[in-house]
Design a protein around this ligand. Structure first.
Ligand code: HEM
Length: 395
């Protein structure tokens, strides 16, 4: 046992999601009735917006609502990232960083990289006839996709996964966050150097050689972006994959429909994103005195958009708490909205779609293991299932 007590299981979703909260959604109903809920937090006024229309407006209006507040927490670890930038500086940096996320580039990874990786992960447990899919699939699959995208050798997957956790949980474990920051920097410095000298078409090469109006990304932003991608790309996607699979398995009639008609898979993915948004909040700061839902917001206040609440707004969605893949699609804000709309949305959707398709191809009679009677979702800032125990015919 380590000197500081029992080892924490960092893959435990309760640990990762900052708590064991099963149901934030009933509390969000009162939030939507009030429109905005306010509290003082360490001398800062914090306003939480719960309604879809308010969340959409806040995230679209980056003149009234600045993203710089994102830098306060992240900068010591991630350096400057696009998440904290506003205006033309954000636009320019995003234009450069968006290079490797162009739909054509992402689509080219599907057959070459994403699908084979899903098979490779399932190979590890397919002959066993049972698995716990949070740890054995939902976590392993995006770790491997991402590490391969960035050209990280197979043997370094474990370190990669640990960095993702340590960087995401930096607000609760500062020392581990700092250590991970240094390790990621040292790890990628020679890779960046090598790709600068000799691009090989991989993700880092794209990033290092991206050019917009004669400008290239400064070294610091390249490192910051890679550090941001580790938690942004890994931990979110793993939550989505776990949520999608558990949602399908707990709604067998909808699973049957998907089995019979795979063209329903993209709707299933977007309904999972709406229903259990992996990231529940987006933070902004009021640049001027303003109002939301009739509530005055003084300049300098922190304004939190509650994405998980907006996605269940009863004025937008009929019966919003129901998981329903046949719902006429009205979008959602699980990837944010406006200028900071998630850059990895296309990749995350594709990974989740491939995950479900390959799972159904490889394990056609997959079902929940009745011995575990309580798989469920937890989390406050992030949401994901605790476990997804399954059984199937071994192959
Ligand atoms: C299900 C998976 C994902 C979810 C739910 C998610 C969620 C989000 C949200 C809510 C934002 C906006 C934050 C804000 O406005 O303050 C965001 C931004 C971002 N995401 Fe994602 N994300 C996911 C996957 C990914 C992936 C796979 C990548 C990269 C490969 C990625 C990279 C980014 C980046 C770079 C930004 C910042 C964009 C900007 O500031 O302009 N995300 N994401």
């Amino acid at each position: 046992m380590p000197p500081d007590g029992p080892a924490v299981d960092m893959l435990d979703p309760v640990v990762q999601n900052y708590g064991d909260l099963r149901d934030p959604y009933s509390g969000y109903v009162a939030g939507r009735e009030a429109g905005v809920v306010h509290e003082d937090h360490l001398n800062v006024k914090v306003f939480r917006a719960y309604r879809y229309t308010d969340v959409e407006r806040i995230l679209r209006d980056n003149v009234t609502f600045s993203a710089r507040i994102n830098g306060e927490l992240m900068r010591p670890f991630l350096g400057e990232t696009i998440l904290e930038m506003d205006g033309s500086r954000h636009q320019q940096a995003r234009g450069l960083i968006a290079h490797p996320f162009r739909p054509k580039v992402v689509a080219s990874w599907e057959e070459r990289l994403i699908r084979p990786t899903a098979h490779e992960v399932i190979d590890h447990f397919a002959s066993r006839g049972s698995a716990e899919l949070v740890r054995e699939f939902a976590w392993q699959f995006p770790v491997r996709v991402f590490a391969k995208l960035l050209g990280v050798p197979l043997t370094d997957y474990e370190a990669w996964g640990r960095w993702a956790i340590d960087l995401e949980r930096l607000s609760v474990d500062w020392d581990r966050g700092v250590a991970a920051t240094g390790e990621v920097h040292d790890y990628f410095a020679p890779i960046i150097e090598a790709r600068r000298a000799e691009p090989n078409g991989d993700f880092v090469s794209e990033l290092v050689h991206a050019e917009l109006e004669g400008e290239r990304l400064p070294e610091g932003l390249i490192h910051g972006f890679i550090r941001l991608l580790i938690p942004a790309g890994q931990s979110t996607t793993y939550r989505l994959v776990g949520t999608l699979i558990l949602a399908m398995l707990t709604h067998p009639e909808q699973l049957e429909a998907v089995r019979a008609d795979r063209s329903l898979v993209p709707s299933a993915v977007d309904e999972a994103l709406r229903w259990e948004a992996p990231v529940q909040f987006a933070a902004r700061e009021a640049n001027t005195d303003t109002e939301i839902a009739g509530v005055p917001i003084p300049k300098g206040s922190a304004v939190t958009s509650v994405l998980g609440s907006a996605n269940r707004d009863e004025t937008r969605y009929e019966d919003p708490d129901r998981f329903d893949i046949t719902r006429a699609h009205q979008g959602h804000v699980a990837f944010g909205e406006g200028p900071h709309l998630c850059l990895g949305a296309h990749l995350a959707r594709l990974e989740a779609q491939v995950a479900l398709n390959v799972m159904l191809d490889r394990l056609p009679d997959i079902r929940l293991d009745a011995r575990d009677t309580d798989p469920h979702w937890v989390g406050w800032a992030f949401r994901s299932p605790t476990t997804v125990p399954v059984v199937f015919t071994p192959n």
